[in-house]
Design a protein around this ligand. Structure first.
Ligand code: IPM
Ligand code: MN
Length: 358
């Protein structure tokens, strides 16, 4: 019996989470996986109810679970609160740190039926796109100390700090994943300027030499990587990078898939415990209208089965069902182009279709 902390959060979170739960119910029944959900509030809704974005009882539920299925947090209503009370800084970053979720895995896949939604020219994505980004998530400039705005408000400091062990543990995961994929790792840094990047590059190079000589390793500066991602995305297999570079590159890469509503991520720690979330955010402009794309949330449930619960087969089935539904022409509004053969569906309908195709 697996205990799952379900934190739908704000905006479209609750409505897309509902679809993910439907999919989990069906797949767990088929594969004899016993799941127990514990729902709890996080983000803006928790601020409204308990005056904090990450209430103690929510954290307790997460601590007593095998994985966290996360929706999204934030919205205009809470944007003007002091920084540490805001949903993102006050809930998501502390959760990552608290559970030591150092590895953020962001698969970027263009499902073949959706090639037309990709903003790149056809010949660049002929065979679809299949990249995995490994982003370090609990260190670097997001968390390095000192970090403050001076009392007289004339300057501010963030610190980009990486230790060898922090670099090694994320690099191990990237190399191991490359081994079961296309055996290529591109490590992204800014070693022509930053000291932390020099250490990053040295550490990755040494680890590669000692333990992963069968993998093809290349290094790329982050500005070049941003350019190469839109010039020729298929040169990448596994991208390994730090916290801030990974944040930026993964949004860029996400748009290759046509919509932010299509991608999810896994954030895991040393013991395989993880937090699973769509990367698209709360989309307050369309919340509550039953038009949001639930696929990213459903994919995050698939990753949870794969990475934390070790039910790879069930995860693959969900991915196949999504592909099937897309190839039959069903589209939510964000990926609907009006072409012949496309059928516009709402959030609930997309969820039902994926369940039917499992
Ligand atoms: C992400 C988000 C977060 C990040 C924000 C909401 C703090 O952009 O998960 O990529 O920067 O890590
Ligand atoms: Mn981001």
């Amino acid at each position: 019996m697996y205990k799952i902390a379900v934190l739908p959060g704000d905006g479209i979170g609750p409505e897309v989470m509902k679809q993910a739960i439907k999919v989990l119910d069906k797949i767990s029944e088929k594969h004899n996986i016993s799941l127990q959900y514990k729902f709890s509030d996080v983000g803006g809704i928790a601020i409204d109810k308990y005056d904090t974005p990450l209430p103690e009882h929510t954290l307790k539920i997460c601590e007593n679970s095998d994985a966290i299925l996360f929706g999204s947090v934030g919205g205009p209503k809470w944007e003007n609160l002091p920084p540490d009370k805001q949903p993102e800084r006050g809930a998501l970053l502390p959760l990552r740190k608290h559970f030591n979720l150092f590895a953020n895995i962001r698969p970027v896949k263009v499902f073949k039926p959706l090639k037309d939604s990709c903003s790149l020219k056809d010949h660049l994505i002929e065979d679809g796109i299949d990249i995995v980004i490994f982003r370090e998530l609990t260190s670097g400039i997001y968390f390095g100390q000192p970090k403050y705005i001076s009392e007289d408000n004339t300057f501010a400091i963030d610190t980009m700090k990486y230790s060898v062990s922090e670099i090694e543990r994320i690099a191990h995961l990237a190399f191991e994943t490359a081994r079961i994929r296309n055996k290529r790792v591109t490590s992204v840094d800014k070693a022509n300027v930053l000291m932390s990047s020099i250490l990053w590059r040295e550490t990755v190079t040494k680890l590669h030499k000692e333990e992963y000589p069968d993998i093809e390793l290349s290094h790329m500066y982050v500005d070049n990587a941003a350019m190469q991602l839109v010039r020729n995305p298929n040169q990448f297999d596994v991208i390994l990078t730090g916290n801030m570079f990974g944040d930026i590159l993964s949004d860029e890469a996400a748009m290759l898939s046509g919509s932010l509503g299509m991608l999810a991520s896994a954030s895991i720690n040393e013991s395989g415990f993880g937090l699973y979330e769509p990367i698209g955010g709360t989309a307050p402009d369309i919340a509550g209208q039953n038009i949001a794309n639930p696929i990213a949330q459903i994919l995050s449930a698939a990753y949870m089965l794969r990475y934390s619960l070790k039910h790879d087969e069930a995860a693959t089935k969900i991915e196949k069902a999504i592909e099937e539904v897309l190839s039959k022409g069903y589209r939510t509004k964000d990926i609907y182009t009006g072409k012949k053969g496309e059928i516009l569906v709402n959030t609930e309908e997309m969820g039902d279709l994926i369940v039917e195709n499992l």
